[in-house]
Design a protein around this ligand. Structure first.
Ligand code: ADP
Ligand code: MG
Length: 348
């Protein structure tokens, strides 16, 4: 288990609200030319010229969205930023700024918030975005983090969930199901730790899937790749809840159906081996797992040659007429309707 190695515990009350804000935000540097004024006034000021802007927010609540017994605060800060940027990229936009709001109980020392902000700063630096504000308040119990992300997109560059057309190809980036299996391993180790706090788990065989759970990445690279390939998806969504639920969102909002091929779903070898170990069906995990933060999109058949050789992109199906419904075509070539919770029950 990950323990708090930070021995020093500075009470938040020693700093006061403004001292705390100053302390946590003093290292943030402005990188984007569109940020006219960042932290420090009543509101930030942006100049996005004639670009359209996209705005998205997520709220993360301790005990609901994260468990601090195995999520290090630095990773939590990083993930809180990344999940929002993923939503910006899913609009085919460039992420430029975020705001970060926290509610924190006095159970947390300053050093814990320093770790959280170190993760936020790392993400801001890797994704080249500015932290331009936020709010800080107290909470009676746990920790809450809300991040709002802002991005810009050329006129007509934005991609909605609603543009898929019959015969379009259904494409997914990277691989899916890993974050869910990483969580299964972490939860198992937490139970082992409760019984025997001296146990030293060997997590090496699970390194990829644990990293996918604790330190997910948003596919900024794909937005650039699509631009370079001159491909504009007809529809797009990021995979936060699991492939099947995102496919349903795309199809419903686009008023189309689809065929998804089980054999085409990209899985990492660690997902396959860990599914065998846990006796869970890997297709169910891929369909229902979630938190992969990959992108799912549709493209016109005319763009097939532009994407076909790319190792980051896998064609997993195609769009059909709405009256044909949404189906998983299994390896045995049977057609099973796609349901939000996957086509097999987790408890099977
Ligand atoms: P106000 O009283 O107007 O809400 P605050 O004192 O809360 O102002 O905030 C002062 C400045 O610090 C503002 O620019 C605000 O956006 C920023 N800020 C406050 N809390 C945070 C935080 N947790 N992370 C980043 N910026 C913050
Ligand atoms: Mg405030």
């Amino acid at each position: 288990m990950i323990e708090d190695k930070n021995q020093q515990r500075t009470q938040l009350s020693d700093l006061g609200e403004f001292g705390l804000i100053d302390h946590l935000t003093k290292n943030f540097k402005i990188k984007q030319s569109s940020t006219v004024k960042g932290i420090g006034d009543d509101a930030a000021v942006l100049d996005l010229k004639n670009k359209k802007i996209v705005v998205t927010t997520d709220l993360l609540v301790e005990g609901v969205h994260f468990d601090l017994s195995y999520v290090p605060l630095k990773h939590l800060g990083y993930k809180a930023v990344v999940v929002n940027l993923s939503d910006v990229y899913a609009m085919n936009a460039k992420a430029t700024q975020i705001t970060v709001s926290i509610a924190v109980s006095n159970r947390f020392p300053l050093e814990a918030l320093e770790d959280l902000y170190a993760g936020i700063e790392t993400a801001a630096s890797i994704y080249n975005i500015d932290v331009i504000g936020g709010d800080t308040t107290s909470s009676t119990t746990g920790l809450l983090i809300s991040v709002t992300a802002i991005g810009e997109v050329e006129d007509n560059g934005e991609v909605y969930r609603s543009g898929a057309k019959p015969n379009d190809l259904l494409v997914v980036t990277g691989d899916v199901g890993a974050a869910y299996m990483g969580l299964q391993v972490l939860e198992r180790e937490k139970e082992v730790y409760k019984v025997n706090p001296n146990s030293q788990p060997d997590l090496e065989p699970y390194s990829y899937i644990i990293e996918r759970q604790l330190k997910p990445e948003a596919r900024k690279d794909i937005i650039k790749l699509l631009r370079d390939l001159e491909v504009k998806p007809t529809s797009m969504i990021d995979i936060s809840d699991g492939l099947s639920s995102e496919i349903i969102h795309l199809c419903k909002q686009s008023e189309v159906g689809c065929d998804l091929y089980e054999a085409k779903i990209p899985l990492d070898p660690q997902v396959i081996s860990t599914c065998e170990e846990f006796n869970i069906d890997s297709t169910t995990v891929a369909l229902s797992g979630g938190e992969d933060y990959e992108l799912l999109f549709t493209i016109s058949q005319d763009d097939f040659s532009k994407i076909k050789a790319n190792p980051n992109l896998t064609i997993i199906g195609h769009i059909k007429d709405t009256k044909e419904g949404m189906h998983l075509v299994t390896r045995a070539e049977t057609r099973v309707p796609i349901k939000a919770q996957g086509w097999r029950n987790f408890n099977d």
